[in-house]
Design a protein around this ligand. Structure first.
Ligand code: SAM
Ligand code: SF4
Ligand code: SF4
Length: 344
């Protein structure tokens, strides 16, 4: 199909599709799922793998070349490798990645990599077992570390580690985590604590901004050298002489909406054009009704060309007024807005 390159209202192309395959999670990280109970997506509306793949094909017709599977916890989805295999067979997808908390990597690593997964990001905020249990409210650090070992022997590209750096929570581990990652050959990325929907315990006082992270790293490892910026990628990358690279994702203090080419699909087929947007567009009904690839591409194009989102920049402009984005009771009526539903 020959469609012109699609641009939104700020001339941003649509290149990257993040697919949340489930809103369920086996952890309860305090910055993402701090509540005791949640409104879950109805099982009957969860898209099947073939339906997701059809939507991805339509997205590639409009310029999408990167797909990331996320959640909730994507490895909770039964036989995820089947979806990976279907997506890996789409020629236009140049980059097929997964973000996971790593708890189930030992069990599923072999399946997903032999099905064609190209890149892996594992979220890990501490290397202390007791702290891990406390921060995730149920996790066992040793499972993640074993999963990482298994994945390292299988992943065709260097594994990335996402670490949400929070003042007074895990900021005493910046240096030790980076040292560990550099030694093990992982690319660690420190992420600023974001005030996304679901982060109902967020406070500006707990955000550790990029400059403070870099100052701390420089004191222990020497001044890191900035690496060339990789297009629309969210991380600022740095190199430490003789050791390797790491990144900082300054989404809270220094947003990168200007180059944002990402779009998100929830497990029930709702499309969100911004991590911060409360409203999505229901494509699930059309997908389940069997709309063709061409029809789905037209619907996607109509949404993208109207896009004006700059969520993180708008939040930054609030300055001292910035508080939590949404209360837990409001989110109970809008589950699609939650970070664990929309995917990170
Ligand atoms: N469960 C998987 C995992 O944790 O990797 C995938 C989904 S999770 C929502 C994706 C990413 O979002 C994780 O790296 C997580 O650390 C990040 N995240 C969630 N809430 C966040 C917040 N309030 N601020 C910054 N990052 C957050
Ligand atoms: Fe933690 Fe990811 Fe689960 Fe959120 S979705 S609670 S970040 S493991
Ligand atoms: Fe993109 Fe929205 Fe994130 Fe800005 S806040 S980078 S527009 S997803």
């Amino acid at each position: 199909m020959d469609l012109p390159i699609l641009q939104d209202q700020y001339r941003r192309p649509m290149r990257a599709l993040r697919i949340s395959v489930t809103d369920q999670c086996n952890l309860r990280c305090g910055y993402c799922m701090p509540e005791e109970s949640y409104t879950w997506l109805p099982r009957s509306r969860i898209l099947r793998y073939g339906q997701i793949t059809e939507l991805v094909r339509a997205a590639t017709d409009l310029g999408v070349t990167k797909v990331r599977l996320t959640g909730g916890e994507p490895l909770l989805r039964k036989e995820l490798w089947r979806l990976v295999e279907q997506l890996a067979a789409i020629d236009a997808i140049q980059d097929l990645a997964l973000t996971t908390n790593g708890v189930l990597l030992k069990e599923h690593g072999a399946d997903i990599f032999s099905a064609g997964l190209q890149r892996l990001t594992v979220s890990l905020d501490t290397l202390r077992p007791e702290r891990f249990k406390e921060l995730t409210r149920r996790g066992d650090l040793s499972r993640v570390l074993t999963g990482l070992q298994v994945a390292q022997g299988l992943c065709p590209t260097p594994i990335k580690i996402n670490c949400v750096a929070m003042k007074g929570v895990n900021d005493d581990e910046l240096e030790s985590m980076l040292d560990w990652a550099l030694t093990e050959g992982f690319e660690l990325r420190f992420i600023e604590y974001m005030d996304v929907a679901g982060a109902t315990a967020w406070s500006n006082a707990q955000v550790l901004p990029r400059e403070e992270i870099l100052d701390r790293i420089a004191k222990t490892f020497g001044a890191p050298t900035p690496a060339p910026k990789d297009g629309a990628a969210p991380a600022d990358r740095f190199h430490i002489e003789g050791r390797g690279s790491f990144g900082v994702i300054a989404s809270t203090s220094s947003p990168f909406c200007g180059t944002c080419d990402r779009v998100r699909l929830t497990a029930d087929g709702t499309l969100y054009t911004c991590l911060y947007s409360e409203e999505g567009t229901d494509l699930g009904t059309a997908i389940r009704a069997g709309h063709t690839r061409e029809q789905l591409a037209q619907q996607l194009a109509a949404i993208w060309t109207q896009r004006k989102d700059r969520g993180a920049e708008e939040r930054l402009a609030l300055a001292d007024e910035r508080g939590i984005l949404a209360t837990a009771s409001h989110l109970r009526t809008r589950p699609g807005w939650e970070m664990h539903t929309k995917g990170g």
